[in-house]
Design a protein. Structure first.
Lengths: 291, 693
């Protein structure tokens, strides 16, 4: 132990503190989580947070700038932008999450069948996914939504049609990787049936990257839904929705608040989901986890 | 003899001018859990042209020490103190620029994994020439010419064509040659090779080790060879440093250390390895040391090996210094420093007889009765077609194998990688369906049976896999992993019984019952392999296929697992099909050995017969390629270097498959497939000229 006293000090960089390393690793992810949680709170507590009704038309109060009575101003019909923003979060959040979760569930099922069946069935399924993936998603969704008619449910269906293939592709490749792992072979030797192996062994080990894609994709889905609403599909007026709010304000250059605040809302929630998704990806990746 | 004289000279000169001096090096990892003291006060020197081996188990700090030498450390690792001098220059405080100059030019490094250390998208020529161009002594044309010369020197045939290839077109051994060529491109004065042959087959390993020794002689480049395998070290290095828990525990000339180790850890390392040249019939258990290395975050204050040391004395609670015991030989041990020798070997512990479980299920076979019979087993894997009109190519993984396994015996299956041994195991376990042939297990042909029909037989046949990290589902607790087969086969009738059974299984494989609630990642490699064995035992099988169960483990853990397998065999009358590429281990554990070459059986014989009098030239080569951890033996032994690599299994050679590498091949070998002939009782060989090589 005498060796410790003879150590010659050499100039080295300071070692970052524990707290700074935690921040570097989980800082953005927690910021994302905080943003998303706040928006969820807002969606739930909308009636408490504002005394205005979101669809109350008051032509005497049209296009008022932000003021103590209307925090974020009013739109062309005199409706309170702040109230519409709060209530609008309900539609944006729920459509985004519904679309991605349903698409992920369906896509994983299809991808799992393809990975497990191999051969002709796999070929057929994967060519169908390719077929859907060839179209620009928003155009295809637009066409389908237009054919089905305006309405939140129809728009969700249209988005589902274009949304599932990426999950199918990812799930298939993940399952193929797990299939050749030794613990799956061990399960075969023990005598488990293919179905049980898929549910008990393969799926729990493939779910990580799927969760990452789901999280990253909710932001994407919210943007797409807002985009469709902006183009006049999506929700039926006067339901408040961020995309249609931006759309209503697009010609009102002087009255910037009508479009700017819903735009900002979309921005924050998408950034929030991206941060969280990145964080989960890093956390699941054993290489970056060790750092 | 030449080597010894060469060693003595630099040893004498080294006082004057070593090229690398490391003193009191400390490298630490700053992790969330605390400061990991990976390298904790290591000192050694390397003289010009010297060969130094660094040996130790995984986690001993040998690789981190090597990376510290050229400062290839990444966050959160840092050199916190100590001195590294290369040709008199201080490496620790060097600027990045100076470092780049030294890396490659003065010190070259070859890593373990030849698959990932070459850039897959660049041609070999580019990568080799780049190594020379960055140091600015050659122009492009010269560099290219030199690349070709170097590759030729490294034993690559047709180097002009080879440099136009991409890394994926090369095998592991060839890539390691390219790495060596890159290392030697600038004629460095020091080459650091970190486990350069661990990922390679024995025959290829022998080639690479010979090459390294030759390069050391011809270029007078000093070599630092890092390995966990004392045999590898003994075949190249003149001096050895043994590392344990971040410290050097022993240092000295290879011969002296191997014949007379002065540290109990070195002693344990030497005795844990089964020796191919020194097999004692009847002595089946190997010497092992219990326990695990200390936690590198909180090293014990005394001797770090004391907790596991069989020769521990009272004084071991104090930390020993590394003292010179004989000229050039140092050890960090109170026992040997006080003059006591370590015994040559320890008497192995006999098996502890515990009450066994009832493993006889129904039709019990007597010892020696035939349990498994393979006839003409063929397994071909189709490759994806090349283009729409391309011919579908077939990998001939297993190509007509006959094999019998009798109740109670251990059959060893050996061969180079790609010879089909793992495929054969998976055909027997019916993970794969054979393309043709019969697999008769307990009188039932399971070659083409549906999985539902095989299920009852699964209770009698189980498998232990190679990779202890991949063979356990990371999301299941140990209790779930062991309970699943119990519930599936309704071996236990109630949940209470299942839990009781899981406890018994853990006890049988030497794990604490507390292990049941933990997940696989909380265990070390050896412990995971024990869990894997417990899972195989859970259904009370009488036949276990072990597919390289110890090749991913440290030598001491290998010995523990081998002992466990032998114990279990004696307790439960198990039959093993034991697959390995390590011939010493196969010889140690097996009753009979089957040598496989490119999908066909080359030779079958009782283990002792096979190693004493091999009949097939391939078997002779395999045996001679195994390094022996005994410098004197290494010198006396005539090495038979098997040239070249196994041919592709896509288009195997006609006639005898080995003829392309066989030194005694005649024209008949290309025309007629040699039949399997019984030359002596139980000794079969498929060669036209058996025993003539």
């Amino acid at each position: 132990m005498s060796a410790a006293t003879t150590v010659t000090p050499v100039a080295f960089e300071a070692v970052p503190s524990k707290r700074r390393r935690w921040l570097r690793r989980y800082g953005l992810a927690s910021a994302g989580a905080v943003i998303i949680l706040s928006w969820i709170m807002v969606a739930v507590l909308a009636p408490v947070l504002t005394w205005h009704a979101p669809d109350l038309v008051d032509v005497t109060q049209r296009l008022r700038p932000p003021s103590p009575s209307h925090w974020l101003g009013t739109d062309a019909l005199g409706r309170d932008v702040f109230a519409r923003l709060l209530y609008g979060s309900r539609i944006s959040l729920s459509t985004g999450i519904i679309v991605v979760v349903l698409a992920a569930a369906f896509g994983t099922l299809v991808g799992g069948v393809a990975a497990y069946a191999r051969g002709k069935i796999e070929e057929l399924i994967m060519r169908i996914t390719d077929l859907v993936l060839c179209f620009p998603p928003i155009i295809l969704a637009l066409a389908i939504a237009a054919a089905l008619g305006i309405g939140a449910v129809n728009t969700i269906i249209a988005m589902l049609v274009v949304w599932w293939p990426k999950f199918a592709r990812l799930a298939r490749s993940l399952i193929i990787v797990q299939r050749s792992q030794e613990y799956v072979e061990a399960a075969v030797v023990v005598g488990l049936s293919p179905g049980r192996i898929l549910i008990r062994h393969i799926l729990p080990n493939s779910i990580g990257p799927l969760i990452v894609l789901v999280t990253l994709d909710v932001g994407n889905a919210i943007i797409t839904f807002a985009g469709l609403s902006f183009l006049g599909l999506g929700v039926v007026p006067p339901t408040p929705e961020w995309g249609s709010m931006v759309s209503e304000g697009r010609e009102l250059i002087e009255q910037w608040w009508v479009a700017a605040f819903p735009g900002l809302a979309i921005l924050t929630i998408v950034v929030g989901f991206n941060f969280l998704g990145d964080g989960i990806r890093d956390w699941l990746d054993p290489k970056s986890r060790r750092r | 003899m030449q080597e010894t004289t060469q060693v003595n000279q630099p040893a004498a000169n080294s006082i004057a001018k070593p090229i690398l001096e490391v003193s009191d090096l400390r490298t630490q990892f700053f992790t969330d859990a605390g400061v990991v003291r990976a390298v904790d006060g290591v000192s050694f020197t390397v003289a010009a042209g010297e060969t130094l081996g660094i040996v130790g188990e995984s986690g001993s700090g040998k690789t981190v020490a090597a990376l510290s030498l050229i400062r290839l450390l990444e966050d959160p690792a840092r050199i916190v103190s100590g001195e590294i001098r290369f040709l008199g220059r201080d490496v620790v405080n060097m600027s990045q620029e100076e470092l780049r100059e030294i890396r490659g030019d003065g010190i070259a490094m070859v890593f373990q994994d030849p698959m990932t250390s070459l850039n897959p998208v660049l041609k070999i020529a580019r990568q080799l020439a780049e190594a020379m161009l960055v140091h600015g002594r050659l122009d492009e044309q010269q560099a290219l010419e030199r690349s070709i010369t170097l590759l030729g020197r490294m034993g690559i045939t047709a180097p002009e064509r080879a440099i136009e290839s991409y890394p994926h077109q090369f095998s592991g051994g060839m890539r390691q040659r390219v790495m060596l060529a890159m290392g030697f491109a600038n004629e460095p004065s020091l080459l650091i090779a970190d486990e350069p042959t661990t990922a390679l087959d024995v025959t290829i390993q022998a080639q690479i080790l010979d090459l390294i020794a030759e390069l050391n002689r011809d270029f007078n480049t000093a070599i630092v060879l890092i390995s966990h395998d004392l045999g590898v070290i003994a075949s190249v290095c003149a001096r050895v440093v043994v590392m344990y828990a971040g410290e050097v525990v022993e240092e000295g000339p290879t011969e002296a250390i191997l014949s007379n180790p002065r540290h109990p850890y070195t002693w344990a390392l030497i005795n844990a390895v089964p020796r191919i040249d020194r097999h004692v019939p009847g002595q089946r258990r190997l010497v092992t040391i219990e326990g695990t290395p200390p936690d590198p975050i909180a090293h014990p204050p005394g001797c770090r090996f004391a907790a596991r040391c069989p020769f521990r004395i009272d004084k071991c609670t104090e930390h020993p210094e590394l003292l010179e015991l004989a000229p050039g030989a140092k050890a960090r041990c109170w026992v040997t420093q006080s003059g006591n020798p370590l015994p040559s070997t320890r008497a192995p512990v006999p098996a502890q007889a515990k009450a066994g479980m009832d493993h006889g299920a129904g039709t019990k076979l007597e010892r020696g009765e035939r349990m498994l019979q393979l006839r003409g087993v063929v397994k071909h894997f189709p490759l994806p077609k090349r283009g729409f009109f391309g011919k579908r190519e077939m990998v001939h993984a297993v190509d007509g194998v006959d094999l019998d396994v009798a109740q109670g015996e251990t059959v060893g299956l050996v061969g180079e990688s790609g010879c089909g041994k793992s495929t054969l195991a998976r055909v027997v376990a019916r993970i794969h369906q054979p393309t043709a042939g019969e697999v008769v297990f307990h009188g039932q042909d399971i070659a083409n049976a549906a999985q539902s029909r095989i299920r009852p037989l699964r209770r009698r046949m189980q498998m232990v896999f190679q990779d202890p990290y991949a063979s356990l589902n990371p999301r299941m607790t140990v209790a779930d992993i062991l309970g699943e087969p119990l519930r599936l086969h309704k071996i236990t009738s109630s949940e209470v019984e299942t839990q009781k059974h899981i406890g018994e299984l853990l006890d049988v494989v030497g794990l604490s019952p507390k292990a049941a609630v933990r997940y696989p990642h909380e265990f070390s490699g050896g412990q995971r392999q024990r869990i894997s064995i417990a899972r195989a035992l859970s259904v009370r099988p009488d036949f276990i296929i072990a597919d390289e169960p110890i090749s991913a483990l440290d030598v001491n853990i290998q010995a523990q697992i081998i002992n466990l397998l032998i114990d279990l065999q004696e307790r439960f009358g198990l039959t093993y099909l034991f697959i390995a590429h390590d011939l010493a281990v196969v010889r140690h554990i097996s009753d009979r050995v089957v040598v496989l070459y490119l999908g066909r059986v080359a030779e079958v014989a009782p283990a002792d017969k096979l190693f004493a009098e091999p009949l097939h030239p391939y078997t002779r080569y395999l045996i001679s390629a195994v390094p022996i951890p005994d410098a004197a033996m290494e010198k006396m032994r005539k090495r038979l270097p098997l040239q070249g690599e196994p041919p592709s299994a896509l288009d195997p050679p006609s006639g005898c498959r080995f003829r392309t590498r066989c030194p005694i091949a005649k024209s008949i070998c290309a025309e007629v497939v040699p039949p399997m002939i019984e030359h002596r009782p139980g000794h079969f060989s498929a060669c036209h000229f058996p025993g003539q090589f």
